[in-house]
Each structure stands twice: as C-alpha cells, then as structure tokens.
Design a protein around this ligand. Sequence first.
Ligand code: BTN
Length: 246
Amino acid sequence: MAVRVAFDEVDSTQSVAIDRAKSGAPDGTYVVAGVQTNGTGRTGRSWSSPRGGLYVSWIGPGALTAPGLLPLAVAVEIRRALPDGVRAQTRLKWPNDLLVLRVGHPAQKLAGILTDRVNGPDETIRAVVGVGLNVATPRTDLPEEIRSRTAILAELVDPAPDVREYEDRVVESIARAVARLDTPEGRASVVAECREHLIGLGEPVRIDGRPVGTLRALCEDGAAAVEQDGTTFEIRAGELTLPELA
Ligand code: BTN
C-alpha cells in the first residue's frame, strides 16, 4: 500500500526516504517535496530542485536479481506514463536518464533516477528509488549551465501538466518497474523494451571521460557491453558520453 509523506520543502527526499527505509517504514512508502534544498543526483552531484518539479523517493523491496537494471526499468516505465507526443520523442540513456530528443535542440534531460539500497532494521534489503521529473519547473529557476540541456514537460504538452497527477504516475511507474524485475519473464521484457529505446547503440562512447569503445548492447543485468578492438567489456557504473549528445 502506498503511504505518502509530503513536505513543502526538504533537503532531499532521498535522504529522508533512506532514513525511513533503515528504520522500517513499510514498502510502498514514498517521500515527496515541493522543493529540495539539497537534491542529490548520481555520483554525489546536485539535483537542482526548484518549485514546479517533481521530487519523489519511494521505498520498496531491494533484494533484486538484477539491481543494475532498476534505474532503466524505472525510466522505461516513466516513459510509458508520458503523453503519446512526448513519449515518441524520448530515449533512454544508460544507466539512468530519460532524455527528450528534438530536431534543432540539444538532447535534454527530462528525468533523472537515483537508486540506493540500504538495510532495514531486520537486515532485509530495501530499495530507495528517487526520481526527479521536470514537470513544470520555470526554466529561469534552473542554474544557467543546465538550462539548455533540460526538458520541461510543461513546454511540451497542452494543457499544462499537473505535478500531483505526475506524482501518482511516477509512483505507480516505480512500483511496476520493481514488480517487473521480480520474474525472469519480467526482466527479459524490461531488457527488450530498454534496448528498443536506448540511445547510442553502435556508437563510440566515453565512460567517465575515457574513450572505451563502441556501445554494443544492454546486458541482461543492466550492464553496458562495450567493444574495443574485438574484445567486449561489461561496464556496470559510470557516466556515459555519446558523440551525438556532446
Ligand atoms: C541523476 O540523474 O543524477 C539522478 C537525479 C535524481 C534526483 C532525485 S529528485 C528526488 C530524489 N531526491 C534527491 O535528492 N534525489 C532524487
């Protein structure tokens, strides 16, 4: 059952949800805030969180067979929850981004997904899935350096999207993604759907700034398979750069 914990303003929904997961909040509890004063992204980066965006962190079971697939599984479910016209323009970027690609625009990030795993009080493994979705963020409230690289739903749909409605959609998307990862058939269907929408397959990529080869596949466990000089490596973490997005 979903339990909603709402703040008008909080440092980070993710850090609140991590604390609650550790102290035994039930599966399905989620933390949402109108503003975050210290929103965090992957690898310790900050996540700009002005009013108008959606900031949510969900707690659920974390003993997953393929935890590395979770961010993309969530991204692909959020993609499904978007209006048709926007969905058609979105692609997934390994390992955790939902991008909007439009002719004449740079690639723009619509949503970011952060997954943490922590131990609950009885040593159970809990997942904490954080999503930042730019629903109706005023562009001018974003730091200048990310403005042109950010997609905002309100600029792409008519009528204007309702943050509360997207909160429900995102929470349902996260729960569905976790449920899909629970069976071999579900995992296979997630991988197939992610491969269909993944950007960069067949292209030379950099990971954490280093040229590592050509992105060949998304592996069953969510790793990126990269080929260099006839040898294929599986990469499980890192920041991917694609020439077409640079
Ligand atoms: C990323 O792309 O680096 C992931 C960004 C995740 C941001 C969300 S917003 C809700 C939750 N609370 C946080 O502090 N971070 C996540």
